[in-house]
Design a protein. Sequence first.
Length: 264
Amino acid sequence: MGRLAGRTAVITGAARGIGAAIAARFAAEECSLVLSDIDEPTLAGTGARLAADGAQVVEVRSDVTDRADVEALFAAAESRFGAVDIVVNNAGVFANVRFEEMTDDQWDTMLRVNAGGVFAVSQTAIRRWLAQGWPGVLVNMASVSARVAFTDSAHYSASKAAVGALTRCIAAEFGPLGIRANAIAPGIIETEMTAGGLTDEVLSAAWTLRVPSRRFGTAEDVARLAVFLASPESDYINGEVITIDGGAASSWPKPSDRDRSPRA
Ligand SMILES: NC(=O)c1ccc[n+]([C@@H]2O[C@H](COP(=O)([O-])OP(=O)(O)OC[C@H]3O[C@@H](n4cnc5c(N)ncnc54)[C@H](O)[C@@H]3O)[C@@H](O)[C@H]2O)c1
């Protein structure tokens, strides 16, 4: 039996990248899926591929910054599958902007999508869980940027630090009612979000040398952690922000002759 068998998950930003990988892994663990995104055509393709492989899946176009959309997302989820057990707050945006050039609009948009979206979706889910007496699990997508500085994206770091704080506060406030909330803090994961920054081979190799595991992460690496945090296997983990970055944020490796040795 799948590790998420009999459960229903709402996943935001599920059209592509990490969200789509989480959807695929959850489906493999027999979870019913409610996939949402603002990119409707890509979302439809992702949903169709999973359905063709036998997944129970419904796609709902929904913007995490729009309250009416978020309400409609949960209404659609409940009407198709009954109560929602798991919410993965994955939708997010990124931009490189020099601090001195950052506009109020760029700051507001980043905070509105990355932090405001997690607030709106989590609050909607929790209100429904409270009304239904049905405890659920939140898995929120933070970033290592919340704890280590990356230049040219201060607004992104601030938004992801807010996700960590929200996660801890939700866990403290609703843990007594059986609701869990944890966050994942990925390092550099190869998706369309990071593709633009990894095109330069020299820079890309330099980045890789900062990662003890000597590779960038994959969406599947993150998806496996999401399954664990969504499943009862992690029942006693609550309010944590778990880094998944090949060791990069915890180290400052110097170039090593080990890089010349073949690795197992
Ligand atoms: N890729 C990385 O290196 C990395 C590292 C740390 C954290 N993250 C976080 O992981 C999450 C997924 O990132 P990814 O790399 O798969 O990015 P991605 O850009 O490939 O996918 C993000 C998805 O979110 C959707 N989205 C954007 N705004 C939305 C909104 N307002 N409402 C609903 N959906 C919206 C997009 O349409 C897209 O499908 C994001 O929260 C991101 O910040 C990514």
